[in-house]
Design a protein around this ligand. Structure first.
Ligand SMILES: *Cc1c(COP(=O)(O)O)cnc(C)c1O
Length: 389
């Protein structure tokens, strides 16, 4: 994390839209209602005609989820944001708003596995073509873009942590007349604000860092009023993947500590990644912070990275010896987690992007949580010792 100016910007995002609450409560209420009533025919008619904006039914607008959306828009430097019941609901709704049968998506390789499955199954069944490119190879990206409808980005990617020059890729897409979407879940708006880099729409699995406490599954997309408005008007109400008021409330609470959590994840994960890199049992570590420099626009690094053990290390024993690190998918919460790549490679869900994109059989993905670096390193050290006996 860099200088004070970033912190000021973030603080203004986090307190954005903190209106006075009923009873002068410091925390906004959970407006747990499906519908909102009207005092008169004229009032109801005004809302239905679109002359007055106010909640009618919580599949559309709900005051609690709206606070979350306004804060995310402020944090991402976007005009508007729209929340969803999951990150995948945000991805599916966004893609299906802008891409029609007969059109083509270009996606960076190594995208989140279920986004890949959405492309390879549902999108292809609808007659949408998807081609994959190496986001580090700008010539290949420039060659793939002409004629495409949407460039789907994710940086850094969430297994091998490829960190792209997002601004340069967005420029290539703009020159080719292709709209851009990026999955910004790994960096969070604390470390990367893609709208400022020229990307059209930014989406998150809010289940990860935005929520931060592993107690909610949610998604959000942010961008211009016009583009977010199209998602709100064309797919969000009809696919119906709406965020619940209680989940919206949990996310508003989670956002309060986002910069502090990200700073702690960054420091502990970087230190552990460096120690792993110099450990004799480890062949390689994939963590963007170990490169000479971060790509332009990436201001810091989060708690998620992976590494590959040397041949002969017993990964099963390593996994079974861990105690502070739990074995589990997802990430972005307070708790530290490990996922052996061999298990992802053997995953039954099809098509299996792990095989398509070469997750190494001796790799392990770690999410470094908030338990404290000393405890976490001693856990890893003991597990590696057991695995190399
Ligand atoms: C988890 C995840 C998603 C999907 O989000 P859900 O909230 O689980 O639907 C999308 N992208 C990335 C990078 C993720 O890690």
């Amino acid at each position: 994390m860099t200088d004070g100016a970033d912190w000021l910007d973030l603080a203004s995002g986090i307190v954005a839209h903190d209106a006075p609450n009923p009873y002068a409560a410091v925390v906004p209420p959970i407006v747990q209602t499906s519908l909102f009533t009207f005092g008169s025919y004229a009032e109801m008619e005004g809302v239905y005609r679109g002359e007055v904006q106010r909640p009618t039914y919580s599949r559309g607008l709900n005051p609690t989820t709206r606070i979350f959306e306004e804060k995310v828009a402020a944090l991402e430097g976007a005009e508007d944001a729209l929340s969803f019941a999951s990150g995948m609901a945000a991805i599916a709704s966004t893609v299906l708003t802008f891409v029609s049968p007969g059109e083509r998506i270009v996606a960076v390789r190594h995208v989140y596995p279920d986004a890949y499955r959405l492309f390879e199954t549902f999108a292809k069944r609808m007659g949408i073509a998807v081609t994959y490119v190496d986001g580090l190879d700008e010539d290949a990206v420039a060659r793939a873009l002409p004629g495409a409808k949407l460039f789907y980005m994710e940086s850094p990617t969430s297994w091998v942590m490829e960190a792209h020059d997002v601004g340069a890729l967005a420029r290539l897409a703009r020159e080719a007349g292709v709209m851009t979407v990026i999955d910004n879940s790994w960096a969070s708006p604390v470390f990367q604000t893609p709208i400022a880099l020229g990307v059209d729409l930014v989406l998150h699995s809010a289940s990860k860092y935005l929520g931060g406490h592993s107690d909610v599954v949610a998604g959000v997309v942010a961008g211009s009023k016009a583009l977010v408005g199209r998602i709100r008007g064309e797919t969000h109400p009809y696919l119906g993947g709406k965020l619940s008021p209680f989940d919206g409330w949990l996310l508003v609470r989670g956002l309060r500590t986002l910069p502090l959590r990200m700073k702690a994840h960054e420091a502990a994960a970087l230190s552990i990644a460096r120690r792993l890199k110099s450990h004799e049992a480890v062949e390689s570590v994939a963590h963007p912070g170990l490169a000479n420099a971060l790509p332009p626009g990436l201001r810091g690094t989060s708690g998620l990275f992976s590494f590959v053990f040397r041949d002969g290390v017993d990964v099963v024993r390593f996994a079974d010896t861990l105690s502070t690190f739990a074995l589990g998918v997802s990430w972005g919460g307070h708790e530290s987690l490990a996922v052996p790549g061999a298990i992802v490679r053997a995953q039954a869900a099809q098509p299996n992007s792990a095989l398509a994109f070469g997750i190494h059989p001796r790799s392990v993905r770690l999410h470094v949580g908030l338990e404290g670096e000393a405890l976490l390193w001693s856990d890893l050290e003991a597990a590696i010792a057991a695995a190399t006996l």
